[in-house]
Design a protein. Structure first.
Length: 581
């Protein structure tokens, strides 16, 4: 059973021993289930930042947003909203090699869809390139930065490792004058890519590897999507990040846990600069990880480039645009993120939990329709020739105000092939020779026979109906054990349904081999053409989700008419997993 939103999520047990690490439990929620909000409340009570709260969401425009970003987005924007502050959208556009305005536009679209439209001009790290450059020269003048002519392999080797001392670069003691001259010539584009970098001069023996003279600038002769060819050097994330926060007046800079070791560097840079007022503070939280899911943008871009999926919005992708196309409601994603909360302990959530939020939302909002995905013809032999009945069906039993619809019923219907068995297995209660079943909202029918094709498989099913059972109930009160959906053969419209398995078959992709791609399921799409739909489905707006009765929730593709993507099934797999646990 799903616990109510706000219920603390326990740290996961070790998957080998089955025990909970008590130290991890203590670190996970030292101030409650949502330590970030507790931190802000404490800051406001202490008068830190004069009670002001300002956050930022800083995506790199080198891909589209994915489900992992949704947690950061909801935290950044909702935190600012709850405390009467503001949240900036700032694009981290410091790498011209992979960035594109198409990603900028897509991120803006995805944010608006998720419920966080940007009503002002977005900010960009590139807005601050000149100020960052000026501050870099200041560090050079103070002897805190130097130009290094070493190649990347030499720099990496010289940094040593954990328990292994670093080695000073041979260029570390250049004079201020030489460093300024070289750095200015780097900016002017005089040197080849990879020939020089600017490094901070901190401590090559520091126990934190991030503090061992990190790179601040690298040469890139690439056209930038906003600044064009104006720059030949670009700041690294660590150099641009904290300084951009300070320029904008950010108070609480929220990052995922992989940046925990970067925080001392974040603070060191800010301490060296002539900043007035309180400086921003970086706080780390656990990122969102889901089972059967990969969120590395490099991996996702590879799936697109290799044609494994048909784009960033493929419904199997964990991107927000993929989830949107599949029919995930934005509200369900926000509710899921609120439910899992914010902690300091990395864990992997079951994707079935997210699907449960989606299912609960759609159960309340989605209209019901009948669709047959693997059709076989059913002929009612005693039906009056040419007669057309109209049966009244409820659009959504969870919402009586949604009304009813009338659906044509005739003597020839389409039903699901799986709803008939000539030789039924035990506990099979659907249609078989001699058995009576109910057709949804219509009549009780009894199978009288069937035809078979050359392969021995049934091709047509024959039945009689009880004319006194209109509405699906017998006047004598007799019971039937199965209710089946159907579509009138004379009124059906054809369409396509896309059914999906997990894109990655393993709960933790790559856990067994080290490569997530080894667990990629290349047969995860089952495209059903020739489906038969009730006519009302032709009026389903693009992007809207309906429940195909007995089959699941399906979203009408926003671009291709009469293509429906299965969003989630009807069975609550999360509840089943909880019962097993």
């Amino acid at each position: 059973m799903i616990r109510p939103p706000g219920t603390p999520v326990d740290p996961p047990p070790d998957r080998h021993t089955g025990r909970v690490d008590e130290r991890a439990a203590d670190a996970a929620e030292p101030q409650g289930a949502d330590f970030v909000r507790e931190l802000v409340r404490r800051d406001n009570a202490d008068g830190t930042y004069s009670g002001r709260v300002q956050t930022r969401f800083p995506p790199e425009p080198n891909g589209y947003l994915h489900i992992g970003h949704a947690k950061a987005i909801t935290l950044d924007f909702e935190l600012a909203r709850e405390f009467g502050g503001i949240c900036n959208l700032r694009f981290d556009d410091t790498n011209p090699d992979t960035e594109d305005t198409a990603f900028v536009d897509g991120i803006l679209e995805d944010l608006a869809w998720l419920g966080y439209p940007i009503d002002t001009e977005p900010l960009y790290a590139s807005d601050y390139f000149e100020q960052l450059y000026t501050w870099a020269e200041l560090l050079i003048e103070r002897g805190l930065a130097y130009v290094d002519d070493s190649d990347s392999e030499t720099i990496s080797a010289g940094r040593g490792g954990y328990g292994k001392p670093g080695v000073d670069s041979e260029w570390r003691d250049r004079s201020v004058e030489e460093n300024l001259d070289l750095f200015r010539r780097m900016r002017a584009g005089e040197f080849a890519e990879g020939s020089r970098v600017l490094r901070a001069r901190i401590d090559m023996q520091h126990e934190n590897m991030q503090m061992r003279d990190p790179v601040m600038y690298r040469i890139r002769h690439e056209r930038h999507h906003r600044t064009g060819d104006a720059w030949h050097i670009y700041p690294t994330y660590d150099w641009a990040h904290g300084q951009s926060d300070a320029i904008e007046g950010v108070t609480h800079s929220l990052c995922t846990l992989e940046f925990d070791s970067h925080r001392p560097l974040y603070d060191w840079y800010l301490e060296q600069l002539p900043l007035s007022g309180d400086t921003p503070r970086q706080t780390e939280f656990a990122r969102l990880e889901l089972t059967h899911t990969v969120t590395s943008k490099r991996r996702l871009a590879g799936l697109v480039a290799d044609g494994v999926v048909d784009g960033w919005d493929d419904p199997r992708m964990p991107t927000l645009r993929g989830l949107r196309r599949r029919g995930y409601p934005a509200a369900a994603i926000r509710e899921f993120c609120a439910f899992i909360g914010v902690s300091r302990t990395n864990s992997r959530h079951q994707i079935e939990l997210l699907e449960s939020f989606v299912r609960q939302h759609l159960n309340r909002t989605a209209q019901r329709r009948m669709a047959v995905l693997d059709p076989i013809r059913l002929v009612i032999t005693d039906w009056p020739e040419g007669r057309v009945d109209e049966v009244e069906l409820t659009n959504n039993p969870e919402d009586p105000a949604d009304g009813t619809r009338r659906v044509a019923f005739t003597g020839e219907l389409w039903i699901e092939r799986d709803d008939f068995r000539a030789d039924p297995p035990p506990k099979y209660f659907r249609l078989t020779p001699g058995r009576e079943v109910r057709l949804r909202g219509a009549y009780l029918i009894t199978c009288t026979g069937f035809d078979v094709g050359s392969d021995g498989e049934p091709t047509v099913i024959y039945a009689t109906h009880d004319p006194e059972s209109r509405g699906g109930n017998a006047p004598d009160g007799r019971k039937v054990k199965s209710t089946m959906h159907w579509v009138s053969a004379d009124h059906a419209i054809e369409g396509t349904a896309a059914l999906y398995e997990r894109l990655f078959s393993a709960e933790v992709p790559g856990e067994a081999t080290g490569d997530p791609m080894d667990d990629l399921d290349r047969t995860s799409l089952d495209l059903r053409t020739g489906c038969r739909f009730e006519p009302a489905l032709a009026d389903t707006p693009p992007g809207a989700v309906v429940q195909f009765e007995r089959l699941g929730y399906f979203a009408h593709d926003p671009r291709e008419p009469m293509l429906f993507h299965r969003t989630v099934g009807l069975r609550d797999e999360w509840a089943r997993l909880q019962q097993r646990a």
